[in-house]
Write a protein that binds this ligand. Structure first.
Ligand code: LLP
Length: 501
């Protein structure tokens, strides 16, 4: 196990006298509770002259008045800029290696037709992983050649749809699926363009990655040599052999995705080395050319002030150096590289706007090390907002940390350790576990939680019959809904008892 970025264990402001003993070690008392920590926010989020938060010049009070809350607020300019910066940085780093890089935006992080169009307009392609995502891409008019389809359990209908849309690549996840794709393509008298998703045994867990020989998970084809019945052949090699034997399959190359929210390039580089070694061996053994290699997504973003994402150029250069030297060492022509970032493009472009409701302070036993004596309690303030785990499941699902700021005004009150919670019937319904907010936060104030563009709306639910929030895109000083929020009517629509009355 190689620790890569353990920044959360570093206390930023250990001498600060007002720090609550209940706060996690990594959370510093902010010097200015109204200040925006730039890496967590879209580039055009600022405070107006009178202190209110505004995005591309539109104040949050206007957004609230027009669209209600909770609300996902996305900067179109920021999204486009981040999409472009990935494409430019990787193109530049890989230009002399393979003529540039194909960047597939991972639609699972957030997708609607507007976003699919921006992606295409900025010169990116689109990675999908279900028939539903393909339907969005089709509605947005995305050329099938610029689409990829993932999934460990693609249905025959999804495979047929991919062939109907003449998809640029179907990323095959198993031997079983490979056979089905070949059969379906053969039945249609067509050829399916296929990549093989491999599991290189490099696994990234947030701040570190682990290299193991075997993978024990549902995705991909194992590269370990003893995982199939055929003596000595890995599942990955069996798939290469099978793919080259099917006349209705065009094997484009190999794919891997080592995990998500990764800060350091080491894991990507190691995976690239392993896949290139395998690619070279397969080319030699089966007398084939595998012209493409996809290194997946997973680039980390700042959810809190202690997260330190690397700029795309830095990651691209590190990955390019490895691809260049490994290909030279292996004596192979470098394959065309592609990547699949989702979170790093859409995550920071968006914040969620909530209205504060109930406030409650509880007394909590001091952590033993902080108390020094018995029976000491400290206050923790619970700030309830009008959404919660239905619009952001990540804290519940992954213990994910977020941050929050008072958005409707600035305050000169002292910072107070707070926990922002939702309105669901679930004690784990936490939006921001620990954050310092001004002491005078009150019902009716608006809070903004940054970095919610990825895997928040996408994972949203109707738990407790809450309507899922809308998504607003702001550009050049005007805001428009790109996904409207649900209404109670929407929620009742599918209830057959209601529909039949
Ligand atoms: N490519 C493949 C094959 C993937 O499975 C994923 C994410 C991506 C690309 C994009 O990864 P990104 O650049 O967005 O990290 N719900 C979890 C994340 C699940 C990621 C699934 N796959 C979360 O909210 O953290």
């Amino acid at each position: 196990m190689i620790p890569v970025n353990d920044s959360k264990s570093v206390q930023q402001n250990p001498d600060n006298a007002t720090a609550s003993p209940l706060a996690p070690e990594w959370l510093a008392v902010p010097a200015d509770v109204n200040a925006l920590h730039a890496p967590m926010w879209a580039e055009d989020v600022h405070r107006t002259g009178d202190g209110e938060l505004a995005i591309d010049g539109v104040p949050v009070s206007e957004l609230k008045a027009q669209f209600g809350s909770p609300l996902f607020v996305m900067s179109e300019g920021d999204f486009r800029a981040r999409a472009r910066s990935f494409k430019d940085a990787f193109d530049r780093a890989f230009e002399d290696i393979c003529g540039g890089v194909d960047v597939y935006y991972a639609g699972k992080s957030f997708l609607c037709t507007a976003v699919a169009s921006w992606v295409a307009e900025e010169g990116l392609r689109l990675d999908t992983c279900s028939g539903g995502e393909l339907a969005v891409a089709a509605r947005a008019g995305i050329d099938g050649g610029n689409l990829g389809l993932h999934g460990n359990n693609k249905s025959d209908a999804e495979i047929n749809r991919a062939l109907d849309m003449k998809l640029g690549r179907i990323v095959v996840d198993s031997l079983d699926e490979l056979e089905r794709v070949a059969k379906i393509a053969s039945g249609r008298g067509e050829t399916a363009k296929v990549m093989l998703r491999l599991t290189p045994g490099v696994h990234a867990h947030t701040h570190e990655f682990i290299a193991t020989a075997h993978e024990d998970q549902k995705f991909g084809l194992s590269m370990a040599g003893d995982t199939t019945e055929s003596a000595g052949l890995s599942a990955a090699e069996e798939a290469v052999a099978a793919a080259t034997s099917y006349s209705n399959v065009e094997l484009l190359g190999l794919h891997c995705h080592i995990g998500s929210q990764i800060f350091e390039p080491d894991g990507f580089a190691l995976a690239a080395e392993k896949l290139l070694g395998f690619l070279a061996a397969m080319q030699a053994k089966y007398s084939i050319v595998l012209p493409e290699l996809d290194l997946g997504g997973g680039y980390g973003i700042a959810y809190t002030p202690v997260d330190t994402p690397r700029p795309p150029a830095e990651i691209a250069q590190a990955m390019a150096a490895v691809v260049r030297s490994k290909c030279a060492e292996l004596g192979i022509t470098p394959p065309r590289i592609s990547i699949e970032p989702g979170r790093a493009i859409v995550g920071p472009s968006t914040f969620t706007l909530y209205e504060v409701g109930t406030l409650k302070t509880v007394r909590v036993d001091a952590p033993a090390e902080a108390a020094g004596k018995e029976n000491v309690t400290f206050p923790r303030r619970y700030v309830s907002v009008d959404g919660g785990m239905s619009d952001n499941a990540r804290p519940v699902l992954y213990d994910a940390d977020y941050s929050a700021i008072l958005a409707s005004r600035i305050s000169d009150a002292a910072p107070q350790l707070s926990r922002v919670v939702g309105k669901h019937c679930e004690s784990g319904d936490i939006v921001v576990r620990d954050v310092y907010l001004p002491e005078d936060v009150a019902a009716g104030d608006l809070l903004a939680v940054p970095g919610t563009g990825a895997y928040c709306w996408a994972l949203s639910s109707n738990y407790n019959y809450l309507a899922r929030p809308g998504v607003v895109a702001v550009r050049n000083g005007s805001a428009r809904l790109i996904v409207r929020g649900e209404t109670e009517e929407d929620l009742l629509n599918r209830d057959m008892g209601v529909a039949n009355v």
